[in-house]
Design a protein around this ligand. Structure first.
Ligand SMILES: CC(C)(COP(=O)(O)OP(=O)(O)OC[C@H]1O[C@@H](n2cnc3c(N)ncnc32)[C@H](O)[C@@H]1OP(=O)(O)O)[C@@H](O)C(=O)NCCC(=O)NCCS
Length: 330
């Protein structure tokens, strides 16, 4: 008996209404639109409204994905939420989102933390769980409220990040030749300190000292992260293509994690593909971590950049330092 394939049945996304431009940001820190745009490709990012939670953004993206898939909450029995900014440290954002969406009680709900690679990790996990035959339909959400963990006084990080949510509905199909071709996940755990939040975990619980030292904010060694990001994404893309006997020219569209336009350009050069084969929206959203790929995927589909039969490569890199790639045939 041939195994059924795992397919994306619908996509959705959401970005908060508030646009924070480089020019506006440069009024509060020593920076400029020119510096930020030249170094990162970012022009503006979205910021969640006061009181707007990670779960609220996730719910809108998920509803859009369900509508696109022509399904309802009752059809879902697996919810995986990729995020590093859940509403609460405990319990999982997935449980809050389950309730807000009205998903059935018999839905497996959990969060997954692989930072900016989180969506690919969650998607791979959902596909594996569906392939086991024990689940029917999964909702996979990548969502972040990074504005809540960014130090707005630190010009080396605050210019890079933004808020948003993306979601996909994943199911099984008997149609041969479509759906997930494969994934490749990994991590360089020795490089945790290149990109991390020092306090608030069990090693350094929150205290007056940790708060006044700003140790609950993202700390990053930007130059080192840049180099590792390029290397990991190049290797991950090369490995997955080799593994499935494909060449870069067979890829209709690459959807890379949207961290920095220069990182995306380096990958394009490495794969010897023109930039028009890459989906780019980092200029409008900045780096939304786990939300970046599902937002880009949704925008790519809705703008007609992905057609039936196309092969799409997703490739990401993030804190951990994690990396991941996925190949999908539509
Ligand atoms: C952060 C990043 C854009 C910085 O670009 P860069 O070319 O490496 O710049 P540098 O860090 O060398 O900084 C150059 C100078 O600009 C300054 N600078 C840093 N941020 C600045 C800002 N927002 N505005 C103006 N100047 C800034 C630095 O202090 C430094 O000044 P100095 O030379 O006097 O020390 C880049 O390293 C990067 O994108 N790294 C990867 C980050 C990332 O993607 N993280 C998420 C991974 S998922």
């Amino acid at each position: 008996m041939s195994q059924r394939s795992t397919v994306i049945l619908g996509t959705g996304s959401y970005a908060p209404a508030r646009v924070l431009s480089n020019a506006e940001l440069a009024q509060t820190i020593d920076s400029s639109d020119e510096w930020i745009h030249t170094r990162s490709g970012i022009r503006e990012r979205r910021i969640a409204a006061p009181g707007e939670m990670t779960s609220d953004m996730a719910v809108v993206a998920a509803k859009n994905a369900l509508e696109d898939a022509k399904l309802t909450a009752a059809d879902i029995d697996l919810l995986i939420v990729a995020t590093i900014t859940p509403d609460l440290p405990m319990p999982a954002a997935a449980c809050i989102i389950q309730h807000k969406l009205g998903l059935p009680t018999a839905t497996a709900c959990f969060d997954l933390n692989a930072a900016c690679s989180g969506f690919i990790y969650a998607f791979d996990t959902a596909c594996a769980m569906l392939s086991s035959g024990r689940y029917r339909k999964a909702l996979v959400i990548g969502v972040e409220k990074l504005s809540s963990i960014v130090d707005w006084q630190d010009r080396t990080t605050c210019v890079l990040f933004g808020d948003g949510a993306g979601a996909v509905v994943v199911g099984l199909s008997d149609q041969p030749g479509v759906g997930l071709i494969g994934t490749k996940l990994g991590a360089y755990g020795e490089s945790v300190d290149l990109l991390y939040i020092p306090a608030g975990g069990s090693s350094r619980p929150a205290s007056g000292t940790s708060v006044s030292a700003g140790d609950h904010f993202i700390k990053m060694k930007g130059k080192e992260v840049f180099k590792m990001a390029v290397r990991a994404m190049e290797e991950s893309a090369r490995d997955i293509l080799e593994q499935h006997g494909l060449t870069a020219t067979q890829i209709g569209l690459v959807i890379p994690h949207q961290a920095n336009l220069r990182i995306i350009e380096a990958i394009a050069q490495y794969l010897e593909l023109p930039m028009d084969r890459f989906f780019v929206n980092v200029d409008r959203y900045g780096n939304t971590s786990a939300a970046s790929i599902p937002i880009a995927l949704d925008e790519a589909r809705r703008s007609g950049r992905i057609r039936a039969g196309d092969i799409t490569l997703l490739v990401a890199f993030g804190a951990g330092l994690t990396y991941g790639s996925a190949l999908i045939r539509w």
